[in-house]
Design a protein. Sequence first.
Length: 300
Amino acid sequence: MTVKKSHRRSTSGACAVAGFLAAAVVLAGCGTETDSASEEPTTTPSESVASETPTETPSETASEAPAASSLVYFVVDTRAGLRLAREPRELSGESGAAAAVEAMIAGPEDPDYTSTWSPDTEVLGVTQEGDTIVVDLSEEARTANVGSPGAAAMIQQLVWTATEVVDPEATVQLTIAGQPAGELWGAVAWDEPIGRQAADEVRMFVGIDSLAEGAVVSSPVEVSGLANAFEATVPWQVLDEQGKKVEKGFTNAAEGMVFSEYSFTVELEPGTYTIEVSEDDPSGGEAGEPMSDSRTVTVE
């Protein structure tokens, strides 16, 4: 597809990236904001979250455990610097948080997203110790060619992905081959548990949560997600395979200027389309290119 919207960084992103790095390293282990729509039940202390196997019945074995879904985080370059975006992924019902981290390391399905974690990295284990999730990765996790902003983004990418499955209020400690990660990528140190940085400081201001990239759906197409939108306004548009706009409109998030839910439906003929949501832009472009998120789907 050539109709996917790119995310260009403006010069205003420098300040946001600096704040991203400072909070990721200096405030390690402190409590942070989370968006309420993604909270999950907390597991009990010392409980392994790497092997959450459902209770078997005579007709169900562990290999038949149903898939669970979670939101896995990746990185995009925006007018405010590097930000986290997320996509829905189906995970093995047996592996929980470990499967989410594996999906993050494997990389995004949406071509607008990226990840600089080495795809050769293996997840050796994910456990919970009190309020801290311990993620143990192989030595390949030390391989990444990033600067300070990219390193800070990698930290928050892992923190948001792991806590999405277990508990958004938890902190994350990275170990590598069973040892504390320490200095990483020549840019940061991960010596203590780190929590989620405030959503409005690290996340895209608008995102699609209900559709996976490449999904096959029926009409009307239902679209939903979270937005931190000016006056709660979320513009949307639908483009066909040639990039022609076939539908457009706007919806409203539950609240303005805070992450809250939005949704809309659109009737579409059979075909392949790109559905895009974006920030409202009262500045007329002076604040930089509005943040946007999109999914390419096929309507049957």
